[in-house]
Design a protein around this ligand. Structure first.
Ligand SMILES: *Cc1c(COP(=O)(O)O)cnc(C)c1O
Length: 355
């Protein structure tokens, strides 16, 4: 068994891989592959409807929330959000707490005034800024709930009346959260929800249609709502893999059950890091991410040695992001506790031998 700590695309449940493989050969006993059926057939419509229904159920969404599956990854949402919600009538407030948030800010500036309410760039994004205020007149407030690269996470929802927009690419459906507090949520599927190539977007319809600019059809959320995410050919296979992953999550007991498992995995890893002086977590303790744990070791030669031992023990994806260095272990929903046990056992053993 390979222990997959990749940050994205990342580990998915084994049964999802099996079911997806089967559907490529023979989808629902039709004698056809999922890859060769029309997206407007009842067969695929069933997949889309189930994916939407499962999302609403698992996130406990109110009736007025729309669920979309769109192309382009989270990076497309960096500009689609301001294109639909920001013009010269008001500015948008953004929190700069990591690489992805910085990119979102850059794109938003193309469409209007951006108020950066706080930034943790001064300490290489190793903490979540606190004590900032969000101007009440902002069109919306955008933040990244979990900073995949730096390993920080917002553990509470900011208290504001301004419509909240969140990039939840790397922690959506990993914990119970009042998802109805957000006017718009987006997440690239390839971390916790499914295969790359599709974006999950949850939004409140009444925030739309307020900007003065004309929008290209594919960029206007209203068109996607009116066409049930089938304005053009959707990424059929990627949506199917999402549906299977959501089914799996429901079978596990949903978000409250997976949240406990995720917390236990993170606790074991951070407790081990804290107990062994050789391994040093980089981020502020209260802002540690339960999804992506980041740490360094005291010298480069020993980092290389530890990485080699991880490889030799079938662990992949442990190397830190090139911009941060050190190590990163991603602990997404589908990662089994067993994998964290293997990793932390190796850490303890390594520290005993080399310490
Ligand atoms: C991975 C990631 C992105 C980028 O997603 P793409 O689908 O590759 O565009 C954006 N935001 C966060 C928080 C991410 O983890």
């Amino acid at each position: 068994m390979v222990h997959n700590f990749n940050s994205g695309p990342s580990v998915l449940p084994k049964e999802v891989f099996e079911q997806a493989s089967q559907a490529i050969l023979n989808f629902n006993n039709t004698g056809l592959s999922i890859l060769e059926i029309g997206h407007r057939t009842p067969l695929f419509q069933g997949v889309m409807d189930e994916a939407v229904a499962l999302t609403k159920e698992l996130m406990q969404l109110k009736e007025d929330r729309e669920v979309l599956f769109l192309h382009g990854g989270a990076s497309t949402q960096f500009f689609q959000v301001p294109m639909n919600l920001l013009d010269d009538k008001a500015s948008a407030a953004y929190l700069d707490c990591g690489t992805w948030g910085t990119k979102a800010i850059k794109e938003a500036k193309l469409f209007g005034q951006v108020d950066m309410v706080a930034s943790s760039k001064d300490k290489n994004y190793t903490y979540i800024p606190k004590g900032y205020s969000i101007p009440e007149t902002s069109a919306y407030f955008h933040y990244t709930t979990n900073n995949t690269i730096e390993g920080t996470q917002m553990h509470s929802i900011p208290d504001t009346k301004v419509p909240l927009v969140a990039d939840m690419s790397s922690d959506i459906l990993s914990r119970s959260l009042d998802y109805n507090r957000f006017a718009l949520i987006y997440a690239g599927a390839q971390k916790n929800v499914g295969a790359a190539g599709v974006n999950l977007v949850v939004l409140q319809k009444d925030i739309l249609g307020k900007v003065s600019r004309k929008l290209p059809s594919m960029m206007d959320y209203r068109n996607h709502i009116d066409n049930g995410s089938m304005l053009n050919t959707p990424p059929v296979f990627a949506v199917y893999v999402c549906m299977l992953t959501l089914r799996w999550l429901k079978k596990q007991g949903g978000v409250t059950v997976i949240e406990k498992k995720n917390a236990a995995k993170a606790a074991l890893l951070y407790d081990t890091l804290d107990a062994l002086p050789m391994f040093t977590p980089k981020v502020a303790r209260e802002d540690r991410s339960l999804m992506n744990a980041v740490w360094i070791m005291n010298d480069e030669a020993i980092e290389k040695e530890f990485l080699a031992e991880c490889k030799a023990n079938n662990m992949v994806g442990i190397k830190g992001h090139r911009s941060v260095g050190g190590f990163r272990a991603s602990l997404y929903n589908a990662l089994e506790m067993e994998s964290v046990v293997i990793l932390t056992d190796l850490m303890k053993d390594f520290a005993r031998r080399k310490g």
